[in-house]
Design a protein around this ligand. Sequence first.
Ligand SMILES: [Zn+2]
Ligand SMILES: [Zn+2]
Length: 136
Amino acid sequence: MHTGGCCCGAIRFEVLGPTTGVTYCHCSKCRRWHGHVGAYTAVDRRDFRFVQERGLAWYVVSATVRRGFCRECGSTLFFDDAEDLAKLALCPGAFDAPTGLKEKAHIFLGSQGDYYAVQDALLKFDALPVRASPKP
Ligand SMILES: [Zn+2]
Ligand SMILES: [Zn+2]
């Protein structure tokens, strides 16, 4: 089980199932919203629950996408895409240690900032990775 929350404790959550590898998103919207590159792990919605959501607020980005944050301390925590019905994306910096998480990939490198370099050995994609078709 993973636990986590915002800086001030007005949002606390539990994850009772597996997490995906951490993906860094370099798109301009993530960089503006987080102050730098976004980082996300995805969890099954059925495995996620709030323990405290007093501070929870949503920035509505589009008809299907919203970003969750704490209205009391400003921590950025969630990326919720209603078109991805199975998964909710969480910011790994919100997890309590030890997280057990591992880095996996960079996405949207085609719109990365001009003030840093990406020089690690993780998977790299200019936009979203093309989803592999399921094996028969
Ligand atoms: Zn907070
Ligand atoms: Zn992004």
